[in-house]
Design a protein around this ligand. Structure first.
Ligand code: F6P
Length: 365
């Protein structure tokens, strides 16, 4: 019987539990043994009780749970070869040579490296006397398939990463709440959203809420951003708008690479010699990452989880490590490393141009 393991790695995202559920049940459906690795790569290195066989009922109720119930952790040991050697040993001890990982591009890159190193790790385990040659014979190759779990929607080659739409929905809900109080007091709010390197969440939230102004890392602001912002907001206010919403991604920059912070924006909006708006800052923080997945992420995670099991069973030593994408509404397999090399920046920049058009539709009454 084929033995498959599934784990979640990197920052959690809504939908990871739906992935685990789908992988567990699809594996059982296809007569495989399925294991969960708890605490991501940390569990793979530690072995023992961190690697547990799962039954059909063990994942009951997983669809509606936020976060990742099997845990995730940052694992320094896996960055070093001895850690990966220990991980390989734990896998062979459990008879596992197929691994499905749900995580961001960093976690998936680590997985690809583990796969390419695998034959030499196995050789080393034999030469150290941990296993006899005949014991490792069935485990000469490691097959890995990735699923992209990230709220940032920051991997090229897939239209959506698992968790991105849940985070976006949460942001929109929060902005709606803020708008009610902003409007009541005729205030301005600077709302910081996640996205250290990728502005997808900020951009889409701005489009979806009709924000007045936006800062994202992919579109570094020109030197005149202060004047530009004040001009736009003054116009909106002159048209009778009682609330001002500025959305800023964590990683927002100016064209010199200098971070544009929420407090810089707030000071400008509040400046008595300028707009003089009563201004508050709201940092949405981890509410964006927690909570249950929206329907889209549950659907995406389930369909992709099913596909991941099929892909890992069909993988051969000759095939490249793949990840499961969604492209134009179709679930597809794509080479992992090519996608990692590309960046989402280009795509987001194109969206940023569309943003200008979308901004023309703002309600300024
Ligand atoms: O998952 C990516 C991300 O959400 C980034 O946008 C954010 O900067 C980061 O995680 C924060 O993660 P943590 O608090 O776990 O370091």
């Amino acid at each position: 019987r084929k033995k498959i393991a599934v784990m979640t790695s990197g920052g959690d995202s809504a939908g990871m539990n739906a992935v685990v559920r789908a992988v567990v049940r699809m594996s059982i459906h296809l007569d495989c043994d399925i294991f969960c690795v708890y605490e991501g790569y940390e569990g793979l290195v530690r072995g023992g009780n961190y690697i547990r066989q799962m039954g059909w009922e063990d994942v009951r109720g997983y669809l509606s749970e936020g976060g990742t119930l099997i845990g995730t952790a940052r694992c320094m040991a896996f960055y070093e070869r001895p850690g990966r050697l220990q991980a390989a040993k734990n896998m062979v001890l459990n008879g596992i040579d197929a691994l499905i990982i749900c995580g961001g591009d960093g976690s998936l890159t680590g997985a690809d490296r583990f796969r390419s190193e695998w034959p030499s790790l196995i050789e080393e385990l034999v030469s150290k006397g941990d296993f006899k040659q005949e014991q490792v014979e069935p485990y000469k190759h490691l097959n890995i398939v990735g699923l992209v779990g990230s709220i940032d929607n920051d991997l090229s080659g897939t239209d959506a990463t698992i968790g991105a739409y849940s985070a976006l929905s949460r942001i929109c809900e929060m902005v709606d709440y803020i708008e009610a109080t902003a409007s009541s007091h005729s205030r301005a709010f600077v709302i910081e959203v996640m996205g250290r390197h990728c502005g997808w969440l900020a951009l889409m939230a701005a489009v979806a809420t009709g924000a007045d102004f936006l800062f994202i890392p992919e579109k570094p602001r020109e030197d005149n951003w202060r004047e530009e912002m004040c001009k736009v907001i003054r116009e909106h206010r002159n048209l009778g708008k009682r609330k001002t919403i500025v959305i800023i991604a964590e990683g927002a920059l100016d064209k010199h690479g200098v971070k544009i912070s929420p407090s810089m924006v707030k000071d400008l909006l509040a400046d008595k010699d300028g707009l003089g708006l009563d201004t508050r800052i709201t940092t949405l923080g981890h509410v964006q990452r927690g909570g249950s997945a929206v329907a889209y992420d549950r659907m995406l995670a389930t369909l992709q989880g099913v596909e991941a099991v099929k892909a890992v069973l069909e993988a051969t030593p000759e095939t490249e490590t793949c990840f499961i994408a969604i492209t134009e509404n179709k679930i597809t397999r794509k080479p992992l490393m090519a996608a990692v090399k590309e960046t989402k920046e280009v795509a987001t920049l194109i969206e940023a141009q569309r943003f200008n058009e979308a901004m023309a539709l703002r309600d300024t009454e």
